[in-house]
Design a protein. Structure first.
Length: 94
């Protein structure tokens, strides 16, 4: 069993749909959940796995790879000072 609170706008839309279709709120809510549950599972499970397996690069390594070139209009432009192969010499997979 599931109990949810809906905003007045959503409740009104659901009421109109039940009147027009003759279906119950429960049937409409079940259909909406089933319609989107696969997408939600894919998104949230992928996000959780990415967060769990995310490898981070220490700030000092990032700073060695990039150095400020100049400031223009308050925005820093950067110049690359290391090639991707340099990451592997720092122990990072490329």
């Amino acid at each position: 069993m599931l109990a949810i609170r809906l905003t007045p706008d959503i409740e009104a839309r659901l009421d109109r749909l039940t009147q027009e279709t003759g279906r119950t709120k429960t049937a409409l809510a079940r259909e909406a959940i089933l319609e989107h549950l696969d997408d939600l599972e894919d998104f949230y499970l992928a996000e959780a796995r990415a967060r769990k397996n995310r490898k981070t690069i220490p700030l000092t390594d990032v700073q060695r790879l990039h150095r400020p070139l100049q400031l223009f209009g308050g925005v820093a432009n950067t110049q690359r000072v290391a090639a991707p192969s340099d990451l592997s010499t720092m122990g990072w997979p490329v």
